[in-house]
Design a protein around this ligand. Structure first.
Ligand SMILES: [Zn+2]
Length: 111
């Protein structure tokens, strides 16, 4: 599953780069250029997210290799199979993840 997800991401990343180079010089109009710029920023943000997810997938594959995959980083308990299926790159069990999210919500509420 992780390999499949990685392959999909890599294929999409290739397409994104192609799209960016294709449209590079074809908009001499400043308005078009501006929308092209924001479009490119949008693509870069997607790329950034893809890169981060890709890194997580690589880490998950490493954990499979060293036998720590599916073990919660926080409490050391096994992560449920359902949760791993839904989110294969997770490093936290559902309990620790809920706690983390509750803490983050609290922090955001306070600021
Ligand atoms: Zn845990």
């Amino acid at each position: 599953m992780l390999h499949a997800q990685r392959d999909t991401l890599l294929a999409e990343a290739d397409r994104t780069v192609e799209g960016m180079t294709d449209t590079k010089e074809s908009f001499p109009d400043p308005t078009d250029r501006a929308s092209l710029e924001s479009n490119r920023n949008f693509l870069l943000r997607i790329r950034d997210r893809e890169r981060k997810l890709l890194a997580k997938i690589e880490q998950a594959l490493e954990r499979i290799d060293d036998g720590t995959y599916g073990v919660c980083e926080e409490c050391g308990e096994r992560i449920g199979l359902e949760r791993l299926r839904a989110r294969p790159v997770t490093t936290l069990c559902i309990d620790c993840k809920s706690l983390q999210e509750a803490r983050e919500r609290k922090l955001r509420g306070a600021s």
